[in-house]
Design a protein around this ligand. Structure first.
Ligand SMILES: [Cu+2]
Length: 341
């Protein structure tokens, strides 16, 4: 192919590629607007709102700079093409102001806004604020409330409209606590207790995720923050102090026995029974959990059975070894655990 043929072929391709690329970008932008996206640009509370504000500020500054540079480029290409005359003095002043002075002013201003937001994000809620203690494990989140004897996992309930203090610890490696719609990341560092806070403006569920690679099931270390009206939150918290629901049917009773007398009790707790293990998640309310295995699979009877039979096929590498469960016991265990709301 001659070079001119190649050029014309390229010219012919361009009009077809352009709309495709443009619509791809359009789709990406639209994806960001989709209703329940756990995006930092879709804030649900004051913490994430600050981050989103800063993001949009930087975005619009970038747009303005881009447009200005492109306009200058076009102006130079179209109007000054072949203009060999160079006037001294004037261009130098323009380059100093537009090329050095303006960026300096913009960067210092953005730095100032960033510092202001950083200070606001670091401001802890008052001593009377509700608190929650979250511990990162490979690969799930243990959730406790001061004053409540029980625990839950991978689900943090908070009262809507209130700032909630979150104390963060890790049981093993580095993890990072991130609820994009509520608060930027806080790293969990071994041997240290870190603090952050959560605030949700409207009731609802906000997805959180471990944001620091912590091993092969890092992606399945998700959690939900459930923001609910104060009264509902109090009811929910009271449940963490009450014994788990008692079995009502024969199969549930057999399931409870299998759990309490089996290997499960060594690692799991069910309030009001002799199962007091603390290696794995507290199972007292496992029936009402949004997922099994921190986002690994949905919480339904089929997935629960698969998990108990051999969780290593569901979430390879997780800290629950295959259990010696009788095929006959499996339906009982499923029935009992599903009843624990
Ligand atoms: Cu992780």
């Amino acid at each position: 192919m001659t070079s001119s043929a190649a050029r014309s072929a390229g010219r012919r391709r361009r009009p077809r590629a352009l709309p495709a690329v443009a619509s791809l970008y359009g789709l990406l932008l639209l994806a960001g607007c989709a209703g329940n996206m756990p995006s930092a640009l879709n804030p649900g509370g004051t913490g994430a709102a600050r981050v989103a504000g800063l993001w949009w500020l930087l975005f619009w500054i970038s747009v303005a700079v881009f447009v200005e540079v492109m306009a200058l480029l076009i102006w130079a290409l179209v109007f000054r093409r072949g203009n060999a005359r160079v006037r001294h003095g004037q261009p130098l002043r323009f380059v100093t102001i537009a090329g050095a002075g303006l960026p300096f002013v913009i960067l210092v201003a953005v730095y100032g806004v960033g510092l202001r937001d950083l200070a606001a994000l670091g401001e802890a809620p008052g001593p009377d604020a509700p608190a929650v203690e979250v511990t990162g494990h490979k690969w799930w989140w243990e959730v406790r409330y001061p004053g409540a004897s029980g625990a839950t996992a991978n689900e943090i309930h908070i009262p809507v409209g209130e700032r909630v203090r979150v104390r963060l610890r890790t049981d093993d490696v580095l993890h990072s606590f991130w609820v994009p719609q509520l608060m930027p990341k806080t790293d969990l560092i071994a041997g240290e207790t870190r603090e952050t806070w959560l605030h949700a403006e409207r009731a609802g569920s906000y997805r959180g995720q471990c944001a620091e690679y912590c091993g092969n099931q890092h992606a399945h270390m998700a959690f939900l923050v459930v923001a609910q009206p104060r009264a509902d939150f109090d009811t929910w918290l009271a449940r963490l102090n009450a014994p788990a629901r008692s079995p009502e049917t024969d199969t549930e009773r057999r399931g409870q026995q299998a759990l309490v007398q089996g290997t499960c009790a060594a690692c799991h707790a069910v309030r009001g029974t002799t199962a007091r293990g603390r290696v794995g998640p507290d199972l007292s309310n496992v029936g009402s959990r949004w997922s099994i295995g921190a986002g690994a699979v949905p919480n339904d009877a089929g997935h629960l059975g698969g998990w108990i039979a051999n969780s290593q096929t569901v979430k390879p590498g997780n800290a629950m070894p295959p259990q010696p469960v009788d095929a006959a016991q499996l339906p009982d265990l499923i029935a009992y655990l599903r009843s624990l709301e």
